[in-house]
Design a protein around this ligand. Structure first.
Ligand code: AMP
Ligand code: GLY
Length: 443
């Protein structure tokens, strides 16, 4: 019997667990630490873990002896979880610490792109205020300031002008804003266009693209307000025509995989290319060394293949394009968040209406920040309390990803919104305009 361990606790990990569970190999799935929704999936067990203690995780893994481990978030990757598992002969899907620098350091990513001629915005890496003022001389209009290190989505500021850019860069460099993550900053030209999330799976040499997706990063309707982890996403083939897909493979994805190999940082895992489709062609905004959240929810809803086989093949260096088949359907995910997110929010709010929402045709509700109230934290600790006695409560910023399939994007969205309308908790918030760009383009 195949055992799979999934690391993480968000909507992305719920989607991974749900899809892996459909494998014809009928695997037993463990998730560390998981969430309220993952714990409720049949045959899935959640294990307590703090998300960053690699020693503790190695202890769990040596007892469990999983046949495959799948890493959801970037933090364990940048802490070297893949290197440690590989040293112990444990099969794991994800890039090594050295390869994960593509996400962990924006300066590394930009300079890597320069070395390998990968299209990206003009930029300068700055370690001091002097560097910043030099960099700003050449730029006008809106300017993007990015902390070099990981900042959980808070490290990118779009400044209206040079003065604001200089002030933001100064605050980042001082450490006041983001600590060590801001020890150096990338100053970048503002790029205008449609965003596209283009993800590929690689075994270090070969690579296979996933269905394309578009995220909605801002908190407010019409793409206004603060940046978030992502408030909704959808996947339709029309986001990426076959010619552009070839172009992106040729000019972005393959040069990354080949370049990393050449630089002795072989890249196995998912490579997330965040792109801006500008008037002068696609430009890379960022790389992530993992699946996107919420993009994974609509992407995996369209995958017809055995995800356990795909990950195993990639980890073993024998990936084949034939392994991927996709539904022609459209899929969409509406994220329901706690009021106040991405700023301060309250937790512990009881969630109602999930059973009704699940009855809407074509809908799957993925959980992110949910927990069983009896334990206060995660499942596995609520001895003596049956699931029906314990209540599902909110435990984070993003709570649920209401995801639906349909014959068209319009149908997928209307199903997702019908289901979202059946769900209630105090202060809940979701955007009503997910997919608005594609819907307008079609009108
Ligand atoms: P990143 O973490 O680099 O992807 O940045 C987060 C978000 O900020 C992106 O998804 C874009 O919406 C926005 N962004 C980043 N860089 C730029 C840029 N050069 N021009 C315009 N928007 C950007
Ligand atoms: N949804 C954007 C990300 O996962 O980084």
């Amino acid at each position: 019997m195949m055992k799979i361990l999934v690391l993480g606790s968000g909507g992305r990990e719920h989607a991974l667990v749900w899809k892996l569970a459909q494998s014809p190999r009928a695997p037993t799935i463990y998730c560390a630490p998981g969430n309220g929704g993952i714990a409720a999936e049949p045959g899935v067990e959640c294990l307590a873990w703090d998300g960053k203690d690699i020693e503790a995780l190695l202890g769990i893994a040596s007892k469990l002896a999983p046949d495959l481990t799948v890493v959801g978030p970037e933090l364990p990757l940048t802490l070297g979880v893949v290197d440690e598992f590989q040293k112990r002969g444990l099969r794991i899907f994800g890039p090594t610490q050295r390869a994960a620098r593509l996400e962990a350091s924006k300066a590394f990513a930009k300079e890597f792109m320069r070395r390998h001629n990968i299209p990206t915005g003009h930029y300068a890496v700055c370690a001091s205020e002097k560097d910043v003022s030099d960099a700003l001389v050449h730029l006008h209009g809106r300017i993007v300031v990015k902390a070099d290190g990981l900042a959980a989505g808070k490290g990118v500021v779009i400044a209206e002008n040079r003065d604001e850019a200089a002030a933001v860069a100064k605050e980042m460099l001082s450490g006041a804003m983001l600590g060590a993550a801001g020890a150096s900053v990338v100053i970048e030209e503002f790029l205008d266009g449609e965003e596209l999330s283009f993800l590929v799976v690689s075994d270090g040499e070969r690579l296979v693209p996933l269905a394309p997706a578009q995220d909605h990063k801002r908190i407010g309707e019409g793409d206004t307000g603060a940046n978030t982890g992502g408030m909704g996403a959808y996947s339709i083939d029309a986001l990426l025509d076959p010619q552009m897909r070839e172009w992106l493979l040729h000019h972005v994805a393959r040069p990354v995989i080949a370049g990393m190999k050449q630089e002795e940082a072989e890249y196995r895992g998912v490579l997330y290319c965040g792109l801006m489709m500008t008037a002068r062609g696609p430009q890379v905004l960022e790389f992530n060394c993992r699946f996107g959240d919420p993009e994974t929810q609509p992407i995996l809803l369209r995958l017809e293949s055995d995800l356990a086989e795909i990950f195993t093949a990639a980890a073993d260096g024998r990936l084949r394009e034939e392994e991927f088949t996709w539904s022609k359907e459209a899929t969409a995910c509406v994220v329901i968040a706690s009021g106040g997110y991405p700023g301060a929010y309250e937790v512990g709010k009881p969630i109602r209406g999930l059973d009704e929402a699940a009855l809407v045709q074509g809908v799957k509700v993925f959980h992110a920040g949910t927990a069983r109230s009896s334990a206060g934290v995660l499942a596995g600790n609520d001895e003596g309390v049956s699931p029906s006695q314990s209540r599902l409560v909110t435990s984070g910023g993003r709570i649920l990803g209401v995801t639906a399939r349909g014959a068209s994007l319009e149908q997928a969205l209307s199903r997702a919104y019908e289901a979202a309308g059946k769900i209630h908790f105090d202060g809940m918030y979701f955007r009503k305009d997910i997919g608005h760009r594609a819907m307008k383009a079609n009108a």
